[in-house]
Design a protein around this ligand. Sequence first.
Ligand code: F6R
Length: 612
Amino acid sequence: MCGIVGYIGDKKATPILINGLLSLEYRGYDSAGIAVIQNNEICTFKDKGRVANLQKAPELNNLTSNIGIAHTRWATHGKPSKENSHPHLDNSNNFAVVHNGIIENYNELKEFLSSKGYKFLSETDTEVIPNLIHYYYTNEIFEGDKFLQAVKVATNKLKGSYAIEVISKLHPDRIIVVRKDSPLVIGTKATENFIASDIPAILSYTKDFYLLDDYEYAVVYKDHVQFFDNTLSEHSKPVKNIEWDATSAEKNGYEDYMLKEIYEQPNAILETIGTRLKLGENCCFDDIGITKEYLQKINKIYIVACGTAMHAGLVGKVALEKLTHIPTEVDIASEFRYRDPILNEKTLCIFISQSGETADTIAALKLSKSKGAKTLAISNVVGSSITREADYSIYTHAGPEIAVASTKAYTSQIVLLIILAIYFAENLQSTNSSVLNNLKNDILDLPTKLETVLTETENIKDFAKKVYNETDMYFLGRGTDYAVSMEGSLKLKEISYIHSESYAAGELKHGPIALIENGVTVIGILTNPDLVEKTISNIQEVVSRGAKTLIITNQNITNNNFDFVIDIPETNNLISPILSIVPLQLLAYYISKYKGLDVDKPRNLAKSVTVE
Ligand code: F6R
């Protein structure tokens, strides 16, 4: 959480920093600030509130500096306030720092610095960093680059996670950056360099990027970048060319990123299928390097992720078990990492993360590796941390997802998991090829069927208008429909702040039905022909207790007791979540709009959860 930006080059830094912050606001937006070096002094401007608020400061127009760092905050230590906003300076105003992450031992470091006479102006963990740098810069004798060495010694004292940018008025020609468990990229051009928490923030300036590793230091000058490891030995680093184009990270006429991203799903699915699945051929994942011998050894699969990515895993589990017959479990990363899971070399652990930077998912991956399991990362971001940690990596090709609420990443993750399950099944010969061929046909039809689902938008909007003032909603389904109901419920609570819960339809009568009373909204997902009658019976039970119902179905439902029915195209039950989630995404979106909320930046949330 928190977004950081940096610029050094031949242009004015401020507009570039502000633009970068605007596109990083999804990572946090309770305060924002910038620091530049002007007339040999560090000038900072910061305030609580959004970047737009900061942007109004008339003083910003007077800044002509070509070097600066900037930050948009998601508060962890200390309330949103001007004092707690970044950048933070050391007591002598020589060093300015922006930081994304959490310094776990900041109290201890604060005590140490206080004993040396340092004063603290904020409640943040970050403020220890510039002061530590100052302390080591002035009190330790260094040979060579004093600035870099002071940053290194200071950051080696930090426990926790960090992506840090440091500028110094004593060294106005460079920005020093370092990361550990928090994302940071450097965009590069001939006479200017850009730093950001993620690629889209600076994609309009360059497509050439350096991806920094944990404990790696970069000294960023206007016309070159130097890289150092944790012993400060210098090394070179390849530039990575990023294929996304800048317009894909803009709204393109849509009112909000979330709506744009919902509508991008047919294309995201098409791109994710890519060349991995073709009719008449075996699925192709040979590039990732999983051998047939290893596949034959696997006796257990874990899918580990958080939030929406975990919900995609629930659908993947059904596909993997059905097609490969390998027992598969889905775990929440923050639980998995602390429950001492039983893992060995015959276990394959699959980690799903849109951003590839989620702290709990990365920690769970590291744990699995240390216990001897093989690890496979599924991410949407090339070169993200989980893909660099894992034994094998594959990518969804959903394009940049900017809205905090995940939509196109979820459906892309499901399609990729299912193609992977087919690939495993083909190699293991665990499922009849005609079953697999039918499924492949259905997958290839998904983009067209998604377009059909999107034509239901107006109907869903009508339903949203009827229910947006409600305080509670319930989502019901069985099998993969239950997995979708969990995701539908999460989308609703995230962006509309309506309390909602999802239940396996058969579980209702074991307790939750007590909550059903006249007028309450119940949303049923019915796409599994084998289970549809049973789910209908459960929904009848809520209808007879006065519930208002919305049904998402691809079955021919003759019962007309339901208030609203959205018909979606029929498809194989393993992939129906990719279609049935779309009306629920739209429902959450329009309810949020009717309530006048900020759809793309819901309260208390950030896109990338890089803290525990
Ligand atoms: C919900 C949402 C979150 C993320 C979760 C994991 O809409 O976006 O639940 O799915 O924080 O994020 P990634 O996939 O980046 O690991």
